[in-house]
Design a protein around this ligand. Structure first.
Ligand code: ZN
Length: 504
């Protein structure tokens, strides 16, 4: 048995090396690659994905897992295994089990089509022309459905897709979360609509990119970001990707006339990066060295961005520094006014710039459209209209262009149908985790106001980061907070915060 585990670890490390090499090509594609390289890059990615698939479906893995006692009943293998080894067996059993259901041909076609799809999506968005992207999306949707049929599902075709990003979560469970969330978010939004709107005009002045970047770099260095183990660059769509156990890449974008985009984007991605750099040494480089679900990953980014980064304590500390960087924009503004401005709630078109109250309504829109799209209830060509109508229904405003509507997100072009719900789950997990953190660190706000983030990061490292995939999202949530995911904590966090910001 020991030999089988040792061999599984070796195989897992090789798979990680290849995965990270593929990620490097993907990172380059989104950051520095010249446009003319797009065609060959698609072939490179397709070839490497095919090689990874072959390696990851080697029958030897199945034999080793069986030898370790793993089967459908008992995916973690022999119960005598130490917790970490059992976790590795379970993670590899899951990955292998999903992989062998797919053919190499399908994996390669998907890699190529999504690489092309991303390039065309970017062009279509630039030209505000959905019809340019629609044929590519149709091909991606049909490949996605082919994949779902291979993976199999018992209740809903979307289960097979959601499970890739949020392992073991069913569409019905996501639906239950969203239907509990929606009326309560709308209620808070209605109260805010009835209150006096906050003034954020000073955030719309000119903030030169270089100065925003310097400020952002200083902030994440305080949060614990290690420049020896990562980089920060620019991309059209901000993301974080891991290229090695000591190499995590963050990207962001800046808007010189809207201060919030750059800084909160940087803090958000840094939250993802800190998770990726926080795995314990013993699991680094193996299948366990990954976020246990995207919802948990997003809890880390959103906790840093929103719960910490948009708190009064945070700006008590940073506002004086910021005001000295941009005196022409911020003289006469108090930390309190600044805090309210960065927490302004207002229905708006772009998800990544949405406030904490309306954000999940954007996700509910995507979840609704995706589940209808994969069941054939909405044809691709009708998506722009379906998007705009549902947007009007949920947020009370209607996008006037596809640039601000159906073309805003990169996900569908990457084949990421089933991904969006995890963003909203991240908000919920983040609020629930932060509540647990405050039980150990009741003076967390004082620490934040003093610019001392070390105790917070240590808590996250100890309770969440170091475990990687050893526990499932639900196991981790129960271990850290004593119960499964509960949307009540997010709602009470919002009510508490925004009743003060908006005095209702
Ligand atoms: Zn994120």
């Amino acid at each position: 048995m020991e030999k089988s585990i040792a061999r599984l670890k070796d195989i897992s490390r090789e798979l990680q090396l290849l995965t990270h090499s593929i990620a490097l090509l993907g990172w380059d594609q989104e950051t520095y690659m010249p446009p003319a390289a797009a065609e060959e890059r698609a072939d490179q990615l397709s070839l490497l994905e095919g090689m990874l698939h072959e390696k990851a479906t080697n029958p030897e893995i199945g034999e080793l897992l069986a030898h370790a006692g793993a089967d459908g009943e008992n995916p973690g293998g022999n119960t005598s295994l130490p917790e970490e080894d059992g976790g590795l067996v379970r993670a590899m059993f899951r990955d292998f089990g999903r992989r062998i259901k797919l053919t190499k041909d399908l994996v390669m076609r998907m890699a190529k089509q999504t690489s092309i799809g991303q390039q065309i999506w970017a062009e279509a968005r630039k030209r505000n022309e959905f019809s340019l992207f629609a044929p590519e999306l149709e091909k991606i949707l049909s490949l996605t459905l082919e994949k779902a049929e291979c993976l199999g599902y018992s209740e809903h075709v979307y289960d097979a897709l959601l499970d890739e990003y949020e392992p073991w979560m069913k569409t019905s469970a996501a639906e239950a979360v969203f239907s509990s969330l929606k009326p309560r978010l709308v209620k808070i939004l209605d109260k805010i609509r009835g209150a006096r709107q906050v003034d954020d005009s000073f955030l719309l002045k000119n903030y030169p990119r270089e100065k925003q970047e310097a400020f952002g770099r200083a902030v994440i260095s305080d949060l614990g970001w290690d420049v020896k183990r990562g980089r920060l660059d620019q991309s059209t769509h901000p993301f974080t990707t891991t290229l090695g156990k000591d190499d995590v890449r963050l990207t962001t974008r800046y808007n010189e006339n809207f201060f919030k985009t750059g800084i909160f984007g940087i803090i958000h991605e840094c939250g993802h990066g800190l998770y990726e750099l926080g795995f314990s040494d013993s699991i680094k480089g193996t299948a366990l060295a990954d976020g246990t679900s995207l919802g948990i990953h997003e809890s880390q980014s959103r906790m840093w961005e929103n719960v910490i980064g948009r708190s009064m304590a945070f700006w008590e500390h940073y506002f004086p520094v910021l005001a000295s960087c941009f005196p022409e924009n911020l003289s006469g503004v108090t930390p309190e006014r600044f805090y309210r401005a960065v927490n302004k709630v207002e229905p708006s078109f772009i998800r990544v710039e949405a406030d904490e109250v309306t954000y999940s309504l954007h996700i509910i829109l995507r979840f609704t459209l995706e589940t209808r799209m994969v069941t054939g209830k909405i044809p691709v060509r009708d998506l722009p209209e379906a998007w705009n109508s549902l947007f009007q229904e949920l947020l009370g405003i209607r996008p006037s262009s596809d640039f601000d509507g159906v073309l805003q997100d990169v996900h569908w072009s990457m084949g990421g149908i089933g991904y969006f719900p995890t963003y909203s789950l991240g908000n919920l997990y983040g609020a629930q985790f932060y509540r647990a953190l405050k039980k150990t660190l009741p003076d967390a706000e004082k620490l934040i106001a003093g610019g001392d983030f070390k105790p917070l990061l240590s808590w996250l490292r100890e309770n969440i980061h170091r475990h990687g995939r050893i526990y499932t999202a639900d196991e981790l949530c129960r271990k850290v907070t004593g119960e499964s995911l509960n949307p009540d904590y997010f709602i009470s966090y919002l009510e508490d915060k925004f009743s003060k910001v908006y005095e209702f």
